[in-house]
Design a binder for this molecule. Structure first.
Ligand code: FAD
Length: 324
Protein backbone atom coordinates (compact mmCIF):
# COMPACT_ATOMS: atom_id res chain seq x y z
CA UNK A 1 0.00 0.00 0.00
CA UNK A 2 1.19 3.51 -0.78
CA UNK A 3 2.23 5.86 1.97
CA UNK A 4 -0.11 8.56 3.16
CA UNK A 5 1.86 11.18 5.02
CA UNK A 6 -0.24 12.44 7.94
CA UNK A 7 0.69 15.59 9.82
CA UNK A 8 0.20 14.98 13.53
CA UNK A 9 -0.06 18.07 15.71
CA UNK A 10 1.14 18.23 19.27
CA UNK A 11 0.12 20.49 22.13
CA UNK A 12 2.44 23.03 23.75
CA UNK A 13 3.33 20.35 26.31
CA UNK A 14 4.25 17.87 23.56
CA UNK A 15 1.18 15.61 23.83
CA UNK A 16 -0.64 14.32 20.76
CA UNK A 17 -3.52 16.47 19.54
CA UNK A 18 -7.05 15.09 19.86
CA UNK A 19 -7.33 15.02 16.06
CA UNK A 20 -4.71 12.27 15.79
CA UNK A 21 -6.87 9.11 15.78
CA UNK A 22 -9.30 10.59 13.23
CA UNK A 23 -6.50 11.66 10.89
CA UNK A 24 -4.85 8.24 10.97
CA UNK A 25 -8.28 6.68 10.36
CA UNK A 26 -8.76 8.92 7.31
CA UNK A 27 -5.27 8.11 6.03
CA UNK A 28 -5.89 4.37 6.39
CA UNK A 29 -8.87 4.64 4.02
CA UNK A 30 -6.54 5.54 1.15
CA UNK A 31 -3.19 3.95 1.97
CA UNK A 32 -0.66 3.15 4.65
CA UNK A 33 -0.75 5.83 7.39
CA UNK A 34 2.57 7.50 8.17
CA UNK A 35 2.42 9.68 11.27
CA UNK A 36 4.70 12.68 10.77
CA UNK A 37 5.46 14.60 13.93
CA UNK A 38 7.75 17.59 14.39
CA UNK A 39 9.26 17.13 17.84
CA UNK A 40 11.87 18.77 20.03
CA UNK A 41 15.06 16.67 20.04
CA UNK A 42 14.62 13.49 22.09
CA UNK A 43 10.87 14.00 22.61
CA UNK A 44 9.45 11.64 20.00
CA UNK A 45 9.91 8.17 21.49
CA UNK A 46 7.17 8.67 24.07
CA UNK A 47 4.61 9.21 21.29
CA UNK A 48 5.30 6.09 19.23
CA UNK A 49 3.25 3.56 21.20
CA UNK A 50 0.09 5.68 21.14
CA UNK A 51 0.54 6.46 17.44
CA UNK A 52 0.77 2.72 16.76
CA UNK A 53 -2.35 2.07 18.84
CA UNK A 54 -4.17 4.60 16.64
CA UNK A 55 -3.01 2.87 13.48
CA UNK A 56 0.25 4.48 12.32
CA UNK A 57 2.11 1.91 10.22
CA UNK A 58 5.15 4.18 10.21
CA UNK A 59 6.16 7.00 12.55
CA UNK A 60 8.36 9.71 11.04
CA UNK A 61 9.86 11.82 13.80
CA UNK A 62 11.35 15.10 12.56
CA UNK A 63 13.47 16.57 15.32
CA UNK A 64 13.96 20.31 15.30
CA UNK A 65 15.23 22.86 17.81
CA UNK A 66 12.55 25.19 16.44
CA UNK A 67 9.61 23.15 17.76
CA UNK A 68 7.86 25.40 20.28
CA UNK A 69 9.84 28.39 19.02
CA UNK A 70 8.56 28.96 15.48
CA UNK A 71 4.97 28.78 14.26
CA UNK A 72 4.15 26.31 11.45
CA UNK A 73 7.73 26.21 10.07
CA UNK A 74 8.71 22.97 11.90
CA UNK A 75 5.51 21.22 10.76
CA UNK A 76 6.08 22.35 7.19
CA UNK A 77 9.71 21.22 7.25
CA UNK A 78 8.66 17.86 8.73
CA UNK A 79 6.04 17.36 6.01
CA UNK A 80 8.52 18.30 3.30
CA UNK A 81 11.16 15.91 4.64
CA UNK A 82 8.65 13.05 4.95
CA UNK A 83 7.26 13.64 1.46
CA UNK A 84 10.76 13.61 -0.01
CA UNK A 85 11.70 10.43 1.83
CA UNK A 86 8.49 8.46 1.41
CA UNK A 87 7.04 9.40 -1.99
CA UNK A 88 3.46 9.51 -0.63
CA UNK A 89 0.28 9.29 -2.64
CA UNK A 90 -1.35 11.87 -0.38
CA UNK A 91 -0.69 14.27 2.48
CA UNK A 92 -3.33 14.54 5.20
CA UNK A 93 -3.64 17.23 7.88
CA UNK A 94 -6.36 18.40 10.26
CA UNK A 95 -8.49 21.33 9.11
CA UNK A 96 -7.31 23.15 12.23
CA UNK A 97 -5.60 26.54 12.18
CA UNK A 98 -2.13 24.96 12.23
CA UNK A 99 -3.03 22.03 9.94
CA UNK A 100 -4.60 24.29 7.30
CA UNK A 101 -1.60 26.57 7.38
CA UNK A 102 0.97 23.81 6.98
CA UNK A 103 -1.05 21.95 4.32
CA UNK A 104 -1.66 25.07 2.23
CA UNK A 105 2.01 26.08 2.35
CA UNK A 106 3.09 22.56 1.46
CA UNK A 107 0.69 22.48 -1.51
CA UNK A 108 1.80 25.92 -2.73
CA UNK A 109 5.48 25.04 -2.48
CA UNK A 110 5.20 21.70 -4.24
CA UNK A 111 2.52 22.64 -6.77
CA UNK A 112 0.19 19.99 -5.35
CA UNK A 113 -3.61 20.17 -5.42
CA UNK A 114 -5.37 20.88 -2.11
CA UNK A 115 -8.76 19.50 -1.06
CA UNK A 116 -9.70 21.58 1.97
CA UNK A 117 -12.13 20.68 4.76
CA UNK A 118 -13.12 17.23 3.50
CA UNK A 119 -15.70 15.24 5.43
CA UNK A 120 -14.87 11.89 3.83
CA UNK A 121 -12.28 10.34 1.54
CA UNK A 122 -11.99 7.26 -0.63
CA UNK A 123 -9.76 5.85 -3.27
CA UNK A 124 -10.68 4.52 -6.69
CA UNK A 125 -7.62 2.93 -8.24
CA UNK A 126 -4.97 5.63 -8.17
CA UNK A 127 -7.47 8.44 -7.75
CA UNK A 128 -8.11 9.94 -4.33
CA UNK A 129 -11.56 11.43 -3.98
CA UNK A 130 -12.46 13.85 -1.20
CA UNK A 131 -16.03 14.63 -0.14
CA UNK A 132 -16.97 18.19 0.78
CA UNK A 133 -20.12 19.50 2.43
CA UNK A 134 -20.77 22.83 0.67
CA UNK A 135 -23.26 25.69 0.33
CA UNK A 136 -24.37 25.55 3.91
CA UNK A 137 -24.35 21.78 3.95
CA UNK A 138 -27.10 21.61 1.32
CA UNK A 139 -24.86 19.88 -1.23
CA UNK A 140 -22.28 17.15 -0.94
CA UNK A 141 -19.68 17.23 -3.70
CA UNK A 142 -16.71 15.09 -4.53
CA UNK A 143 -13.43 16.49 -5.78
CA UNK A 144 -10.14 15.05 -6.83
CA UNK A 145 -6.62 16.16 -7.59
CA UNK A 146 -5.68 15.35 -11.14
CA UNK A 147 -1.92 15.70 -10.91
CA UNK A 148 0.67 15.32 -8.21
CA UNK A 149 0.22 14.49 -4.57
CA UNK A 150 -3.25 15.12 -3.16
CA UNK A 151 -3.11 17.34 -0.07
CA UNK A 152 -6.18 16.95 2.13
CA UNK A 153 -7.36 18.76 5.24
CA UNK A 154 -9.95 16.84 7.23
CA UNK A 155 -12.82 18.46 9.14
CA UNK A 156 -12.39 17.55 12.77
CA UNK A 157 -14.67 14.72 13.86
CA UNK A 158 -16.04 14.13 10.35
CA UNK A 159 -14.30 10.83 9.62
CA UNK A 160 -14.94 8.24 12.28
CA UNK A 161 -13.18 5.27 10.68
CA UNK A 162 -10.41 3.95 12.89
CA UNK A 163 -7.19 2.49 11.58
CA UNK A 164 -6.26 -0.93 13.02
CA UNK A 165 -3.56 -0.83 15.68
CA UNK A 166 -0.05 -1.46 14.35
CA UNK A 167 3.50 -1.79 15.56
CA UNK A 168 5.01 1.10 13.68
CA UNK A 169 8.37 1.28 11.97
CA UNK A 170 10.08 4.39 13.31
CA UNK A 171 12.26 6.79 11.32
CA UNK A 172 13.93 9.71 13.03
CA UNK A 173 15.45 12.58 11.06
CA UNK A 174 17.11 15.72 12.35
CA UNK A 175 15.93 18.81 10.49
CA UNK A 176 18.46 21.41 9.39
CA UNK A 177 18.16 24.70 11.33
CA UNK A 178 15.14 26.38 9.75
CA UNK A 179 15.95 29.34 7.51
CA UNK A 180 13.79 32.16 6.24
CA UNK A 181 11.14 34.36 7.82
CA UNK A 182 8.80 32.67 10.29
CA UNK A 183 6.59 33.85 13.12
CA UNK A 184 8.34 33.39 16.43
CA UNK A 185 6.57 32.08 19.54
CA UNK A 186 7.52 34.41 22.39
CA UNK A 187 5.43 32.74 25.05
CA UNK A 188 2.54 30.32 25.38
CA UNK A 189 -0.28 30.46 27.88
CA UNK A 190 -2.84 27.72 28.31
CA UNK A 191 -6.33 29.08 27.70
CA UNK A 192 -8.28 28.99 30.93
CA UNK A 193 -10.67 26.08 30.72
CA UNK A 194 -14.12 27.49 31.47
CA UNK A 195 -15.44 24.04 32.24
CA UNK A 196 -14.37 20.44 32.11
CA UNK A 197 -16.77 19.75 29.23
CA UNK A 198 -15.28 18.48 25.96
CA UNK A 199 -14.05 21.07 23.51
CA UNK A 200 -16.74 21.94 20.95
CA UNK A 201 -14.56 21.38 17.90
CA UNK A 202 -14.10 17.63 17.58
CA UNK A 203 -16.59 16.69 20.34
CA UNK A 204 -18.45 13.40 19.88
CA UNK A 205 -21.66 14.89 21.30
CA UNK A 206 -22.92 18.45 21.19
CA UNK A 207 -25.96 20.00 22.85
CA UNK A 208 -26.74 23.39 21.33
CA UNK A 209 -29.20 26.05 22.39
CA UNK A 210 -30.85 28.85 20.44
CA UNK A 211 -32.97 31.93 20.95
CA UNK A 212 -35.78 29.66 22.13
CA UNK A 213 -33.99 29.42 25.48
CA UNK A 214 -35.04 33.00 26.11
CA UNK A 215 -32.37 34.08 28.62
CA UNK A 216 -28.89 33.42 29.94
CA UNK A 217 -30.40 31.87 33.07
CA UNK A 218 -32.50 29.49 31.01
CA UNK A 219 -29.47 28.52 28.92
CA UNK A 220 -28.34 26.55 32.01
CA UNK A 221 -30.78 23.89 30.74
CA UNK A 222 -28.47 23.35 27.75
CA UNK A 223 -25.47 23.04 30.09
CA UNK A 224 -27.38 20.57 32.24
CA UNK A 225 -28.30 18.28 29.36
CA UNK A 226 -24.76 18.55 28.00
CA UNK A 227 -23.38 17.45 31.38
CA UNK A 228 -25.82 14.55 31.58
CA UNK A 229 -24.54 13.36 28.20
CA UNK A 230 -20.87 14.29 28.61
CA UNK A 231 -21.35 16.63 25.65
CA UNK A 232 -19.89 19.95 24.53
CA UNK A 233 -22.12 23.04 24.50
CA UNK A 234 -22.94 24.84 21.26
CA UNK A 235 -25.25 27.68 20.34
CA UNK A 236 -26.88 29.53 17.49
CA UNK A 237 -25.72 33.01 16.63
CA UNK A 238 -28.99 34.44 17.93
CA UNK A 239 -28.25 32.93 21.35
CA UNK A 240 -24.71 34.33 21.23
CA UNK A 241 -25.89 37.78 20.09
CA UNK A 242 -28.45 37.81 22.90
CA UNK A 243 -25.64 37.19 25.39
CA UNK A 244 -26.88 33.79 26.60
CA UNK A 245 -23.49 32.18 25.98
CA UNK A 246 -19.98 33.14 24.85
CA UNK A 247 -19.16 33.52 21.16
CA UNK A 248 -16.79 30.53 21.14
CA UNK A 249 -19.88 28.29 21.39
CA UNK A 250 -21.37 29.54 18.11
CA UNK A 251 -21.97 26.80 15.56
CA UNK A 252 -22.41 27.67 11.91
CA UNK A 253 -21.16 29.56 8.94
CA UNK A 254 -19.50 32.25 11.03
CA UNK A 255 -18.81 29.99 13.99
CA UNK A 256 -17.42 26.51 14.53
CA UNK A 257 -18.16 23.60 12.17
CA UNK A 258 -18.83 20.36 14.03
CA UNK A 259 -19.40 16.77 12.93
CA UNK A 260 -20.30 14.97 16.15
CA UNK A 261 -21.95 11.57 16.50
CA UNK A 262 -24.89 13.30 18.18
CA UNK A 263 -26.10 16.91 17.84
CA UNK A 264 -29.07 18.03 19.91
CA UNK A 265 -30.58 21.36 18.85
CA UNK A 266 -32.79 23.00 21.47
CA UNK A 267 -34.92 25.99 20.47
CA UNK A 268 -32.96 26.50 17.25
CA UNK A 269 -34.94 27.22 14.08
CA UNK A 270 -32.32 25.74 11.73
CA UNK A 271 -31.38 28.71 9.56
CA UNK A 272 -29.09 27.79 6.69
CA UNK A 273 -26.17 29.59 8.34
CA UNK A 274 -26.59 27.40 11.44
CA UNK A 275 -27.03 24.19 9.46
CA UNK A 276 -23.81 24.93 7.60
CA UNK A 277 -21.92 24.16 10.79
CA UNK A 278 -23.73 21.03 11.99
CA UNK A 279 -25.42 19.29 9.08
CA UNK A 280 -22.71 16.64 8.83
CA UNK A 281 -23.46 15.41 12.38
CA UNK A 282 -24.19 11.67 12.30
CA UNK A 283 -27.43 11.90 14.30
CA UNK A 284 -29.37 15.14 14.74
CA UNK A 285 -32.08 15.51 17.37
CA UNK A 286 -34.18 18.68 17.45
CA UNK A 287 -36.62 19.99 20.02
CA UNK A 288 -38.70 22.91 18.82
CA UNK A 289 -42.24 24.09 19.51
CA UNK A 290 -42.77 25.00 15.86
CA UNK A 291 -43.51 21.90 13.77
CA UNK A 292 -42.52 23.83 10.63
CA UNK A 293 -39.07 24.86 11.87
CA UNK A 294 -36.47 24.07 9.17
CA UNK A 295 -34.30 22.24 11.70
CA UNK A 296 -36.73 19.33 11.34
CA UNK A 297 -35.73 19.02 7.66
CA UNK A 298 -32.27 17.81 8.72
CA UNK A 299 -33.18 16.10 12.02
CA UNK A 300 -33.10 12.32 12.39
CA UNK A 301 -35.34 12.61 15.45
CA UNK A 302 -37.62 15.56 16.02
CA UNK A 303 -39.68 16.46 19.05
CA UNK A 304 -42.32 19.14 18.57
CA UNK A 305 -42.64 20.51 22.05
CA UNK A 306 -41.59 23.05 24.64
CA UNK A 307 -37.93 22.69 25.59
CA UNK A 308 -38.76 23.59 29.18
CA UNK A 309 -41.05 20.57 29.38
CA UNK A 310 -39.13 18.11 27.21
CA UNK A 311 -35.54 18.71 28.32
CA UNK A 312 -36.04 18.29 32.11
CA UNK A 313 -37.78 14.97 31.39
CA UNK A 314 -34.89 13.93 29.19
CA UNK A 315 -32.37 14.82 31.89
CA UNK A 316 -34.37 12.88 34.50
CA UNK A 317 -34.52 9.85 32.21
CA UNK A 318 -30.76 10.00 31.61
CA UNK A 319 -30.06 10.36 35.32
CA UNK A 320 -32.39 7.47 36.13
CA UNK A 321 -30.60 5.32 33.62
CA UNK A 322 -27.16 6.17 35.00
CA UNK A 323 -28.40 5.73 38.58
CA UNK A 324 -27.53 9.30 39.72
P1 FAD B 1 -34.57 31.80 15.83
O1 FAD B 1 -34.47 31.71 14.37
O2 FAD B 1 -35.25 32.97 16.42
O3 FAD B 1 -35.27 30.46 16.32
C1 FAD B 1 -35.64 30.21 17.62
C2 FAD B 1 -36.41 28.91 17.60
O4 FAD B 1 -36.74 28.55 18.93
C3 FAD B 1 -37.72 28.98 16.82
O5 FAD B 1 -37.72 27.97 15.81
C4 FAD B 1 -38.82 28.73 17.85
O6 FAD B 1 -39.88 27.96 17.33
C5 FAD B 1 -38.05 27.95 18.90
N1 FAD B 1 -38.60 28.10 20.25
C6 FAD B 1 -38.92 29.24 20.90
N2 FAD B 1 -39.34 28.96 22.13
C7 FAD B 1 -39.30 27.61 22.27
C8 FAD B 1 -39.61 26.73 23.33
N3 FAD B 1 -40.02 27.15 24.53
N4 FAD B 1 -39.45 25.38 23.09
C9 FAD B 1 -39.02 24.93 21.89
N5 FAD B 1 -38.70 25.74 20.88
C10 FAD B 1 -38.84 27.06 21.07
N6 FAD B 1 -26.54 31.63 12.81
C11 FAD B 1 -25.91 30.63 13.43
O7 FAD B 1 -26.50 29.92 14.25
N7 FAD B 1 -24.57 30.41 13.21
C12 FAD B 1 -23.84 31.15 12.34
O8 FAD B 1 -22.65 30.92 12.19
C13 FAD B 1 -24.51 32.20 11.64
N8 FAD B 1 -23.84 32.94 10.75
C14 FAD B 1 -24.54 33.90 10.04
C15 FAD B 1 -23.89 34.61 9.04
C16 FAD B 1 -24.58 35.55 8.30
C17 FAD B 1 -23.86 36.29 7.21
C18 FAD B 1 -25.94 35.80 8.57
C19 FAD B 1 -26.70 36.79 7.76
C20 FAD B 1 -26.59 35.11 9.56
C21 FAD B 1 -25.90 34.17 10.32
N9 FAD B 1 -26.54 33.44 11.32
C22 FAD B 1 -25.89 32.43 11.94
C23 FAD B 1 -27.89 33.79 11.81
C24 FAD B 1 -28.99 32.91 11.27
O9 FAD B 1 -29.45 33.42 10.03
C25 FAD B 1 -30.19 32.86 12.24
O10 FAD B 1 -30.63 34.17 12.48
C26 FAD B 1 -29.87 32.20 13.58
O11 FAD B 1 -29.25 30.94 13.36
C27 FAD B 1 -31.15 32.01 14.35
O12 FAD B 1 -30.87 31.47 15.61
P2 FAD B 1 -31.98 30.67 16.39
O13 FAD B 1 -32.40 29.49 15.59
O14 FAD B 1 -31.50 30.44 17.77
O15 FAD B 1 -33.14 31.75 16.52
Amino acid sequence: MKNVVTLIETTASGALSNTTAGLLGAAAKIGSPVAVVAVAPGRGAELVEQLGAWGAATVFLAESQSVGQLLVAPDLAALTAAAQALNPVAVVAANSVAGRDAAARFAARTGAGLLADIVDVRREGETIIGTHSVLGGDYTVEATVTAGVAVLTVRQGAIEDKAPAATPAVTTVVLEPLQGPAATILSTKAATALSDRPELRGAARVVAGGRGLGSMENFALVDELADALGAAVGASRAAVDAGYVQQSAQVGQTGVSVSPQLYIALGISGAIQHRAGMQTAKTIVAVNSDADAPIFDVADFGIVGDIFTVVPQLISALEARSGT
